[in-house]
Write a protein that binds this ligand. Structure first.
Ligand code: NAD
Ligand code: ZN
Ligand code: ZN
Length: 360
């Protein structure tokens, strides 16, 4: 075992702190990864606020890249020195989703079997089974996806959660392709990644919706063809006007609130698709006329992690990035240290960043 520094949320709403973390040596099927970079995702803040579950203390951070330091017995897919992006979908291959040939829904993904702990011995819950706001972390080897080491760690790590969730929400869940129209509500890191994904896939009308002008400016850099400030105008009406009065083929809700979901539901064309990728809190409910659910046809889908398959999608998207076709680097608004995560949460809440990335 070894002791490293990591960012811990001890209780609901309390500011995070840098603590000593005990990382066990890797057991069978496990790997210890030396973290090089880890992005600050809104989901880390959801954890800190008790919005995910009550299993405090959490070791936060889950959007990371690094170098494999050591592997346990039976690990053959990765080796010490490999440059990897950590994923929270290490598919099991045997659950009912995997058996049906849909491993991107895998219901029993692998995580490390041994717990990391505080110096007191108190077990930590790693965010999304990763816990990468730390110098080193212990994961299941299947959570390590090898990619081209020419990519910068602070850029590559972002694919480990938010950017993959956004790109995949558009391309995988929404099925956006050449000539389609798409609207994205909420243009933070995840929403703007959906816009970049739609752009990559050849969508011709890409409508960015946010309540913050700066986010909308960023959205145009990622390929939005139109922007809508929904604080000023009615989002549904604006999206319909920009699509010949019809609505978009796909609308992505990257906020995850009843009002944004309702906008997404009504702003899509008949037979269109609504994709919910923003994470609601447990108290949120929505009421819709059932005749509208029927009458509008199409699909309302949730997107977990962009329906990604890390082994298929991470190396491909890193290659596209290295070829200059996916501007992942532009999501990095700032690089920070381990001690700056609390401030990064505040900057996120104030809308000043797409991604703050902890660099080690
Ligand atoms: N489904 C998944 O697999 C997955 C993965 C990662 C993150 N997420 C979730 O995606 C969401 C977005 O994450 P993020 O990191 O991009 O967050 P973020 O805070 O960077 O972005 C949120 C954006 O929504 C905008 N916004 C807020 N209220 C709005 C409203 N009423 N109308 C329009 N825009 C509004 C904000 O201005 C901001 O630009 C979070 O809920 C996060 O937990 C989901
Ligand atoms: Zn499975
Ligand atoms: Zn995340």
């Amino acid at each position: 075992m070894q002791q490293v520094r990591g960012v811990v949320a001890r209780s609901k709403g309390e500011p995070v702190s840098v603590e000593t973390i005990v990382v066990p040596d890797p057991g069978p099927g496990e790997a210890v990864v030396a973290i090089q970079a880890c992005g600050v995702c809104h989901t880390d803040l959801h954890y800190r606020e008790g919005g995910i579950n009550d299993e405090f203390p959490f070791l936060l951070g889950h959007e990371a890249a690094g170098l494999v330091e050591s592997v346990g017995e039976g690990v053959s897919d990765v080796a010490p020195g490999d440059f990897v992006i950590l994923n929270w979908r290490a598919v099991c291959g045997v659950c009912r989703a995997c058996k049906r040939g849909q491993p991107w829904y895998c219901f029993t993904t692998h995580n490390a079997a041994q717990p990391m702990t505080l110096a007191s011995g108190q077990p930590l819950t790693p965010a999304l089974g990763i816990g990468a706001f730390a110098e080193k972390t212990l994961v299941h080897a299947g959570q390590c996806t090898k990619v081209n080491p020419a990519a910068k760690p602070e850029v590559a790590g972002l694919l480990g959660c938010g950017m993959m969730a956004g790109i995949g929400a558009a391309i995988n869940t929404g099925g956006v392709g050449r000539g389609d129209s798409i609207a994205v509500i909420g243009c933070g890191g995840v929403g703007n990644a959906a816009i970049a994904g739609a752009n990559l896939a050849g969508a011709t009308t890409i409508i960015a919706v946010d309540v913050d002008e700066k986010k909308l400016e960023w959205a145009t850099e990622f390929g939005a063809t139109h922007t809508v400030n929904s604080r000023r105008v009615d989002a549904v009406h604006a999206i319909q006007e920009l699509t010949d009065g019809n609505g978009a083929n796909v609308v992505v809700d990257a906020v995850g609130r009843p009002e944004t979901f309702r906008q997404a539901f009504y702003a899509r064309d008949l037979a269109g698709t609504v994709v919910l990728v923003g994470v609601p809190t447990p108290d949120m409910t929505i009421e819709l006329p059932l005749i509208d659910v029927f009458g509008r046809g199409g699909a309302t889908k949730s997107s977990w992690y962009g329906d990604c398959l890390p082994s298929r999608d991470f190396p491909m998207l890193i290659d596209l990035h290295l070829q200059g076709r996916l501007p992942l680097d532009r999501f990095v608004t700032e690089t920070i240290g381990l001690g700056d995560v609390e401030e990064a949460f505040h900057r996120m809440e104030r809308g000043e960043v797409l991604r703050s990335v902890v660099v080690l």
